[in-house]
Design a protein around this ligand. Structure first.
Ligand SMILES: [Zn+2]
Length: 280
């Protein structure tokens, strides 16, 4: 098998593993505790913390919110990183359903998932069922399985405090490829060491690494309880946030797909055009 085939085979295996995890998360119990969301930007005042300046999708700004019960740990993480010469860079936190829906369809994300799926199929265009599976592995397909919509997940990068360059983790935030799984054997030993050190620091404060993306950490929700095998329900479930009132409301039908198969099919066709393929 060629080196390239090995990478594609690894990617396929991890995608299927991630999809099975998502199926478990569909069933995992949640006992919503009702804590409100709070601003990470406000909480981090006085600490050396960076926040992504990019928009989540064109025209929509990131919100940088987590549940109230996670703020103290977030601050401990930021402080400990500063003490060891690092700077926590928050890439993303809470997302509304609309933000999550559009993120799955963001061209840079969608095109990458489509191209990798075509590599799995020796260049053939995947049907909507397979692509829906792949999109579900990489980005949440419904509110129940996407912990950004629970306000309990944080996506991070880490910078060196002296020169503000990024710690080498083998790739940068939102790379969707064979380097994305936390344990990817295709990143250097140095990148693996950095991933492990960041994960160790996050775990000290209860934030658990998500095995399929090297930047994503969770606490107190279904992912974290399942991965820690506690047997406890998640205390943070998917919520809507009323910005004006600052109030949260549990999402009534968290298993409803954010993007229908028809929408995914339409996205496949648009992506093929962007990528210069002839669409049937
Ligand atoms: Zn994430």
């Amino acid at each position: 098998m060629s080196a390239d085939q090995k990478r594609v085979q690894y990617y396929s295996r991890k995608m299927e593993e991630g999809y099975r995890f998502m199926q478990e998360m569909m069933r995992y119990p949640v006992a919503e505790c009702g804590e409100p969301l709070e601003s990470l930007v406000d909480a981090a005042a006085g600490l050396d913390v960076e926040f992504s300046s990019s928009q989540i999708v064109t025209g929509i700004n990131r919100m940088f919110l987590l549940r109230r019960g996670l703020i103290a740990d977030f601050l401990l993480i930021a402080r400990e990183m500063n003490e060891r010469g690092w700077v926590l860079k928050v890439e993303d936190g809470y997302r509304t359903c609309q933000m999550q829906k559009l993120l799955s369809r963001k061209p840079v994300v969608f095109d990458s998932i489509l191209q990798w799926t075509m590599r799995e199929l020796d260049g053939k265009i995947p049907d909507v069922k397979l692509l829906t599976r792949r999109v579900a592995s990489m980005t949440a397909s419904c509110p129940k399985i996407g912990t950004h919509m629970s306000g309990s997940a944080i996506d991070i990068s880490v910078l060196h405090r002296d020169d503000r360059t990024e710690l080498d983790r083998g790739a940068s935030y939102l790379a969707m490829c064979e380097l994305t799984p936390m344990a990817s054997p295709f990143v250097t030993a140095e990148a693996q060491k950095n991933r492990a050190e960041i994960t160790g620091l996050m775990a000290k404060h209860g934030f658990i690494a998500y095995p399929w993306e090297f930047w994503h950490y969770n606490k107190g929700d279904a992912y974290a309880e399942y991965l820690l095998k506690t047997g406890r329900p998640g205390r943070y479930g998917a919520i809507d946030w009323n910005v004006a009132e600052g109030a949260i409301t549990p999402i009534q039908n968290p298993l409803t797909l954010l993007n229908s198969e028809a929408e995914i099919q339409s996205e496949i066709e648009q992506a093929l055009q962007r990528l210069g393929h002839q669409s049937k």
